[in-house]
Design a protein around this ligand. Structure first.
Ligand code: ACO
Length: 320
């Protein structure tokens, strides 16, 4: 059995913050940000909560799939920025959309979160445990951003994306996930307890060594893509789209160059949303789906990477 996506949805907050607005907060400018990252603007959750965005994306995915919420047996939400510690966001989504009886839990794998949630649902399908799942990724990174730190505040945005998965007979693709805790220091964010214990550092905010993360992504994502292809006996030319975490256009271009693919096979929407961590891949999938770019049977290679450090990939066949 294998997983196919049969519905997608997304939500981006109403408030849009462009680069000029950021230049009023820190010493930077629109040209620098666009040249170094590709980002023109990002959506910021002023009114919306992580749960609200997750629910909106979920409802749109369920509507797109044309199923009733009661059919959903499993809900996994990927987030590093839940509104509260308890209850988990997935249980809030379950209640709000009326997915009575569904198993629901959150995972935190930073920017790899959506791909790892997909891999988990796919593994449940392969084990024969569930046939219909909803996976959601939702982030309010603006609350974890230090708006006086130009290394990070230019990058991040808020939003959510979701997909309904169904288990169908067919080739089962094997996922690849790696982690390197030794490099965890390169991208951190403390909670209240950690700040109280250490008493130093940028309290509660995302702290990042941008160059280290950049080098890690450009080295590991091409390796990840090759490993996913090798493990599944799929030739690179069989892949129609490479949907990669939207962190920086220079990372996407470097990965395309490394594996010898044209950059149009790497769809990109980070210019409008910034880096929305785990939400970036489902936001992009929903966008290209609604633009009619994806055909039934298209093979899509998903690749996520981020804090932890973690990186994860898989292949899916488009099922809509
Ligand atoms: N505006 C203007 N100038 C700046 C800014 C800014 N916002 N930030 C840095 N600079 C300056 C620096 O001071 C430096 O000046 P100098 O040459 O006089 O010393 C110069 O620009 C170059 O700085 P670098 O840090 O080398 O800039 P770089 O080209 O590496 O770009 C960036 C920085 C955009 C952060 C890049 O490293 C990057 O995108 N890294 C990956 C980040 C990422 O993807 N993180 C998320 C991972 S996913 C997750 O899990 C959340």
């Amino acid at each position: 059995m294998s997983a196919v996506i049969c519905g997608t949805g997304s939500y981006a907050p109403n408030y849009i913050m462009d680069n000029d607005r950021i230049a009023e907060l820190v010493e930077t400018n629109d040209t620098w940000i666009q040249e170094r990252t590709g980002i023109r603007q990002r959506h910021i959750a002023k009114e919306e909560t992580t749960v609200y965005m997750a629910c909106e994306a979920a409802k749109r995915a369920v509507e797109c799939a044309g199923i009733s919420p009661e059919e959903i047996e499993l809900i996994i939400v990927a987030t590093l920025s839940s509104d509260v510690i308890l209850p988990c966001t997935a249980c809030e989504v379950q209640r709000e959309i009326g997915a009575k009886g569904a198993a629901a839990f959150d995972i935190n794998a930073a920017c790899s979160g959506f791909v790892i949630a997909y891999n988990m649902a796919d593994a449940f399908f392969a084990a024969g445990q569930y046939k219909t799942a909803l996976i959601v990724a939702a982030e309010s990174l603006s609350h974890l951003t230090d708006w006086t730190d130009r290394n990070t505040c230019i990058l991040f945005g808020d939003g959510a994306g979701a997909a309904v998965l169904k288990s169908v007979p067919g080739k089962h693709f094997l996922s690849v996930t790696h982690s390197d805790g030794e490099k965890g220091w390169a991208l951190t964010c403390k909670n209240r307890l950690a700040v109280e214990k250490s008493g130093f550092g940028r309290e509660f905010y995302i702290d990042m060594n941008g160059q280290e993360i950049f080098k890690f992504a450009v080295r590991k994502v091409p390796e990840l893509i090759r490993e996913v292809l090798r493990k599944n006996g799929v030739k690179q030319e069989e892949i129609d789209w490479f949907v990669v975490h939207q962190a920086n256009c220079r990372i996407l271009e470097a990965v395309a160059r490394h594996i010898g693919e044209p950059s149009w096979k790497f769809p990109m929407n980070l210019q409008s949303y910034g880096n929305t961590s785990s939400a970036s891949i489902p936001l992009l999938l929903d966008e290209i789906n609604r633009q009619g770019k994806l055909k039934k049977g298209d093979k899509i290679l998903l690749a996520g990477f981020g804090a932890g450090l973690t990186w994860s990939g898989n292949i899916l066949e488009w099922g809509i």
